[in-house]
Design a protein around this ligand. Structure first.
Ligand SMILES: Nc1ncnc2c1ncn2[C@@H]1O[C@H](COP(=O)(O)OP(=O)(O)OP(=O)(O)O)[C@@H](O)[C@H]1O
Ligand SMILES: [Mg+2]
Length: 331
């Protein structure tokens, strides 16, 4: 194996010893890790980066499992080779084998030419198997074999060949639970769980919330700088069931709606802002309308969309035509 390669221009983090940058097609991203929990995770990842053994990254949805997988790759001796990501859950069981291992010419109807699989595409680099918990049981034995022997066989071909691939897997599932339920092979589970990294949910690392929010805001084109204190308080209070991805979307929403120099609490999505801050609500805006006013406006919008046809509008609104007529007549 070639020695560990690190770009000289990117300083390594004094805490975790990693270059906290990941590369994607659309550019390079800095990994935010202000909390002690994330820093200790990255320290562990730094040790794993030097190894070639498979790693399983666990964590709730949107916590940053793929980010961690990319950090592992970027800090390994494989960093100059490909990082190939595949979502196992998105592929039908019949296609999984040929996608991962490739297929020979004529191996099935429509296979007019031989095609290399993703293991080959990742040769020398890292193959990231996302949602490994959803991998069909029948295929798990084949993956285990590939991991143990380092060799694969294209569908429809006899000769196996060697690939040099580091496999990193991720799942939001409890794999031990899936083993107990008979959905995940025990032998594969033990092969994978040697090196594990568990990304904590965002609610357990509140120190990361504002740092991540500022980071995502800097990516937006909107001419806003930072968040008001009220917005910061809302961001800190929210439990983030969708974790970092949810926060990213909330920041996008805030940046798109902001009219002032900074994102305010009232620019954040409704689910996040329980009672809207009084200073955000100008008289005559949506929050000051009566139910009857909101209803009437909605009826008029639907009527307009239906080209003025009352019977069509009544059908869309799910009310009788008489009811619609009565509502339109009332002041
Ligand atoms: N620590 C971080 N620093 C910067 N960006 C992050 C960080 N963690 C997550 N992100 C960003 O949040 C989004 C979600 O991260 P990612 O796709 O890695 O999560 P995931 O755990 O793989 O999600 P899923 O369970 O849905 O597959 C991505 O856009 C990613 O770039
Ligand atoms: Mg993912």
């Amino acid at each position: 194996m070639t020695p560990r390669v690190r770009p000289t221009c990117d300083p390594t983090c004094a805490v975790c010893g990693l270059v906290p940058l990941i590369t994607r097609l659309k550019g390079t991203t800095r990994v935010v890790a202000r909390s002690a929990a994330m820093q200790s995770l990255l320290k562990r990842a730094a040790r794993f980066a030097a190894s070639d053994a498979p790693v399983v990254v666990l964590g709730e949805t949107g916590t940053g499992k793929e980010v961690v997988a990319r950090v592992l790759h970027a800090n390994s001796a494989r960093s100059r080779q490909a990082f190939v990501a595949v979502n196992v859950a998105a592929l039908p069981a019949e296609l999984l084998e040929s996608e991962l291992f490739g297929h020979g010419k004529g191996s099935f109807t429509g296979a007019s030419a031989a095609r290399p699989g993703l293991f080959e595409a990742a040769d020398g680099g890292t193959l990231f198997l996302d949602e490994i918990g959803e991998m069909p049981h029948g295929f798990q034995a084949k993956l285990l074999r590939a991991l143990q022997d380092g060799e694969i066989r294209r569908v429809g071909e006899n000769a196996p060949f060697v690939v040099d691939v580091r496999v990193v897997c991720a799942t939001h599932r409890d794999l031990a639970e899936r083993v107990r339920a008979g959905l995940f092979r025990e032998d594969l589970y033990y092969r994978l769980r040697v090196l594990t990294l568990e990304v904590p949910p965002l609610r357990e690392r509140p120190e990361d919330v504002l740092a991540l929010a500022e980071h995502f805001l800097a990516d937006e084109r909107a001419p806003v700088v930072g968040f008001t204190d009220a917005a910061k308080a809302r961001l800190q209070q929210h439990p983030w069931p969708g974790n970092v991805r949810e926060l990213q979307n909330v920041v996008k929403h805030g940046a798109a709606l902001a009219t002032g120099p900074a994102v305010d609490a009232c620019d954040l999505p409704d689910g996040l802002t329980r009672p809207p801050a009084p200073h955000c609500v100008a008289p005559g805006t949506e929050a000051h309308k009566t139910l009857a006013e909101v209803e009437r406006e909605h009826i008029l919008r639907v009527l307009d969309a239906c080209g003025g046809s009352q019977s069509e509008a009544a059908r869309v609104l799910g009310v009788a035509r008489n009811t619609l007529w009565r509502k339109l007549r009332s002041p």
